[in-house]
Design a protein around this ligand. Structure first.
Ligand SMILES: [Zn+2]
Length: 288
């Protein structure tokens, strides 16, 4: 599932086309009449956690927006949609589910034959053509029209303005730490890989309650997960693969057998979770 670092990268790809006019729009989405985007200018591109927002303006004098916003082309986050009457742009919100992606100036190719044995290339959910034969292709995502996003960088783990104190308070809840970390209200952009790896790095069992952790452990967990997330984004930019320590591993780096279970809050989404019963004992151990 694309987590914060992947969606940041999708955002960077979309930003390359800021200011460009949509010549043609196509794609397999039923959630939007994509032709409405034609003739509009890609004016805004924002990211918040696992959500990407694109704002398309009418260049026939109705829109007062300009390419690139005060956040330098859409670097800042956006937490919710405000839908102000002043913003005449058409805004789209993208969720990337389990396998979604965005490509710039290239189309995805089939990596393996489908069930019928055809090597059919994936069909973009939305395909935008721009001048100079440039394009943006959005795959396996959900998209819908939304109001203008309202910036709230304090909960986005990749934002410089991420609020550490607020996050520490959230970590103190009497809930399993593996549930707390995936709560997008407090840790926007944090996904299952970051959860598994950060808990392993800190030697914390995923069932451990946040309230059981000492203040030092909570701080260390927060620092490590932020470091891990920023490092992952840097690696993506350098086209380096991330080597998982525990996620989808049979053995931990120290050679112990790893356990796996579906963990999630009652009535909520459960996610596959891997942990080492030796390196991550159920009673929190002092961090080494
Ligand atoms: Zn181990």
């Amino acid at each position: 599932m694309p987590e914060g670092p992947s969606v940041r990268q999708f955002h960077e790809r979309c930003c390359r086309l800021l200011g460009a006019l949509v010549l043609r729009a196509a794609g397999g989405t039923r959630q939007l009449s994509v032709q409405r985007l034609e003739g509009r200018q890609l004016q805004q591109c924002q990211v918040h956690g696992k959500c990407l927002y694109l704002g398309f303006g009418d260049v026939r004098g109705v829109d007062t927006g300009c390419p690139g916003n005060s956040s330098g082309g859409g670097g800042a986050g956006a937490g919710a949609e405000g839908g102000t009457a002043r913003d005449p742009r058409l805004w789209l919100r993208f969720h990337f589910g389990l396998f979604g992606s965005v490509r710039c100036d290239e189309l995805a190719r089939a990596k393996r034959p489908n069930k019928r044995g055809d090597w059919a290339d994936p069909v973009p959910r939305l395909l935008l053509h721009f001048p100079g034969e440039r394009l943006l292709a959005f795959y396996s995502c959900r998209l819908c029209e939304c109001g203008s996003p309202r910036p709230d960088p304090s909960t986005d783990i990749l934002e410089p303005r991420f609020n550490m104190d607020q996050a520490l308070l959230a970590l103190q809840a009497a809930r399993p730490i593996s549930y707390i970390l995936l709560d997008q209200r407090h840790f926007s952009g944090l996904g299952n890989i970051i959860k598994n790896e950060a808990l392993y790095l800190c030697g914390i069992h995923p069932w451990c309650l946040g309230s059981q952790l000492g203040a030092d452990t909570q701080r260390q967990l927060l620092r490590r997960l932020l470091h891990f997330t920023h490092d992952w984004l840097d690696r993506k930019r350098r086209r380096q693969r991330l080597q998982h320590l525990i996620y989808q591993r049979a053995r931990c780096p120290r050679g112990h057998t790893v356990q796996r279970a579906q963990l999630g809050p009652p009535g909520g989404l459960s996610r596959p979770t891997w942990w080492c019963p030796v390196c991550q004992p159920l009673v929190p151990a002092p961090l080494g």
